[in-house]
Design a protein around this ligand. Structure first.
Ligand SMILES: Cc1ncc(C[n+]2csc(CCOP(=O)(O)OP(=O)(O)O)c2C)c(N)n1
Ligand SMILES: [Mg+2]
Length: 578
């Protein structure tokens, strides 16, 4: 059998696992591992400028491909810098393996140089973690880590490796395991057939149904199945922020996103529905609003791979624990021969209500923002990006108003094109995520829609783009403020703008882009927007940083009214539903 050092085993195991791209940053405790990287050519290492960016890039790589993202960092500050990205992946159920160097085993607990208890620090935000205690275990640990990360409800897994266990002089027999067996970890493979029958019965009997799609539908490889089901039934569908693209957004049966900044028609239909058929969503607070007022008339069917997500916030009447793909296949089999039993008159009346809501306040039937102002509106910037990229780009975002405008106005007809931090809401995600997405699909047009606040949180990654010639396009929706915080201060604190303004100290983003070797373009006028965007996207092999000044007074609407139902919304600065 081949004899390898711990460091060599680690990298070889990654190669044998099929890992092609590893995002990372070196340091003392990881030096032997980095030497192993140098002496091979199967695993390509991408050097970022901050460990947070390594985790976000790996996370986006996972979101864009459906594979597991991979990260390597050193001990102490390297490991703690990775924490935000691990938490981001954890909250959005993204499969990721993070390998962290650790101080030599004999020094653990001595407050050694760059020692941090990574297992302890990361425990609440990982699906699982491994501390290597014997180098001979490395192949097995890597195999298990990838299996755990991708199976069941996906999530991040940490492997902490003390430096001495990767040393070149101690060698061990290497063989990569073909299978994994873990007695205590057996994700469900199939939904309960009795529950599936019950769900189908309720689905067919509904008069005011809603199909509620979450990110789990994408992780669970079932966008095609969910689309087939929605079409078979001719029912309306909505999706969470994470589920966008699972069902084609431009299709008539799609009512847009639901929740805090969801559409009027999606939120109103949810509130009035008598049956909610939920696939891979978790009824989180950005959707439900006040739990005691949530969808009073609805029977709730909840399909989820994670039993802990069922009835966590909202009680499920018909829970089904299982993978979306197999459960939906079973559901479709039962629905297909039975669609005649649907009450078509009630359904027609339901659609007529929905279409009325669309006409009245829908953001896709008519622009609800005022474009007669001199300054550009953030919404029209996203609309123009959608038009110029023909709706076909991979879009990453940061967090804030721009993120919500991107979710509302860029329409995703396919899954894995929308890459945003939903659960944690991590500012700084956008540029590194665009890097990860561009590695995942080198031919794709990758756009990062960001704000001048968020973009400064990982701006150093413009240098990574230079090094690897990644032609990402950055759309900086510049409202010269921490806009989303400002919106809340406008609404709830009588416009007392506490610590959200910095307009006199913003960098010249055009020069900043140029300093990294990129192209910078500033836009301030409506008349020049589309043409400058055309110029930007025509530069196929360059990073272009578009600094687009927009109206700083704009708010994101609709917006759910706090402590009310899903359907209670502010529709503009002056209109509300109740
Ligand atoms: C790391 C981090 N810190 C703080 C916040 C809180 N937060 C949410 S949105 C926001 C403002 C973002 O400003 P900007 O990026 O300019 O976007 P805008 O809302 O102006 O479009 C802040 C501070 C956060 N989400 N993430
Ligand atoms: Mg801003």
């Amino acid at each position: 059998m081949e004899m390898l050092s711990g460091g060599d085993m680690l990298i070889r195991a990654l190669a044998d696992e099929g890992v092609e791209t590893l995002f990372g940053y070196p340091g003392g405790a990881a030096l032997h591992i980095y030497d192993a990287i140098f002496r091979q050519d199967k695993v390509k290492h991408i050097l970022v400028r901050h460990e947070q960016a390594a985790t976000h890039a790996a996370d986006a790589y996972a979101r864009a491909t459906g594979e597991v993202g991979s990260v390597l960092v050193t001990s102490g500050p390297g490991a703690t810098n990775a924490i935000t990205g691990i938490a981001t992946a954890f909250m959005d159920s993204i499969p990721m393996v993070v390998i962290s160097g650790q101080v030599p085993s004999s020094k653990i607990g001595e407050d050694a140089f760059q020692e941090t208890d990574m297992i302890g620090v990361s425990r609440p935000i990982v699906k699982h973690s491994f501390m290597v205690t014997n180098p001979a275990d490395i192949p097995n640990i890597v195999k298990k880590a990838y299996y755990i990360a991708r199976s069941g409800r996906p999530g991040p897994v940490v492997i902490d490796v003390p430096k001495d266990f990767t040393a070149p002089d101690a060698k061990f027999p290497y063989e990569y395991p073909k299978t994994v067996s873990m007695r205590s970890y057996n994700p469900v493979q199939k939904g309960h057939s009795g529950q599936i029958k019950k769900a189908v019965k309720a689905l067919l009997a509904a008069k005011q149904p809603m199909i509620y799609i979450g990110g789990g539908a994408i992780h669970g490889r079932s966008p095609e199945l969910i689309t087939e089901l929605v079409k078979l039934l001719n029912y309306p569908a909505t999706s969470t922020l994470m589920g966008l693209g699972a069902y084609p957004s431009t299709d008539k049966q799609f009512l847009g996103m639901l929740g805090m900044h969801g559409t009027f028609e999606a939120n109103t239909a949810m509130h009035r529905s008598d049956l909610i058929f939920c696939v891979g969503a978790r009824f989180d607070d950005r959707v439900t609003n006040a739990l005691d007022k949530f969808c009073p008339n609805a029977t709730i069917v909840h399909i989820d791979i994670d039993p802990a997500s069922i009835s966590k916030t909202i009680n499920a009447d018909i829970p089904i624990v299982g993978p979306a793909e197999s459960v939906l296949s079973e559901v479709i089999k039962l629905v297909k021969p039975a669609t005649d039993s649907i009450d078509k008159t009630s359904l027609a009346a339901w659609w007529s209500d929905i279409n009325e809501w669309r006409e009245k306040h829908g953001i896709y039937t008519k622009n609800r923002f005022d474009t007669s102002t001199e300054m550009l509106k953030p919404q029209e910037v996203v609309q123009a990006v959608y038009k110029v990229t023909k709706g076909d780009a991979i879009v990453t975002t940061d967090v804030g108003q721009h993120q919500m405008f991107a979710a509302q106005y860029y329409l995703f007809d396919k899954p894995r094109k929308w890459i945003t931090s939903g659960g944690l809401g991590t500012m700084g995600f956008g540029i590194p995520a665009a890097i990860g997405a561009q590695f995942a699909d080198p031919e794709a047009t990758v756009v990062c829609i960001t704000g001048e606040g968020s973009v400064q949180m990982c701006i150093q990654e413009l240098s990574t783009c230079t090094q690897y010639k990644l032609p990402i396009k950055i759309i900086n929706i510049n409202n010269q403020a921490l806009g989303m915080v400002k919106q809340w201060q406008d609404m709830n604190y009588e416009g007392r703008y506490s610590e959200i303004l910095y307009e006199d100290s913003l960098p010249d983003f055009v020069k900043l882009a140029e300093a990294y070797g990129h192209v910078g373009i500033k836009v301030t006028k409506r008349e020049e927007l589309e043409q400058k965007l055309e110029e930007c996207f025509a530069m196929k092999d360059r990073v272009v940083f578009m600094d687009i000044y927009v109206d700083p007074g704009e708010h994101v609407y609709p917006m759910q009214i706090p402590l009310q139902s899903v359907g209670d919304m502010l529709l503009s600065k002056t209109e509300r539903t109740s």
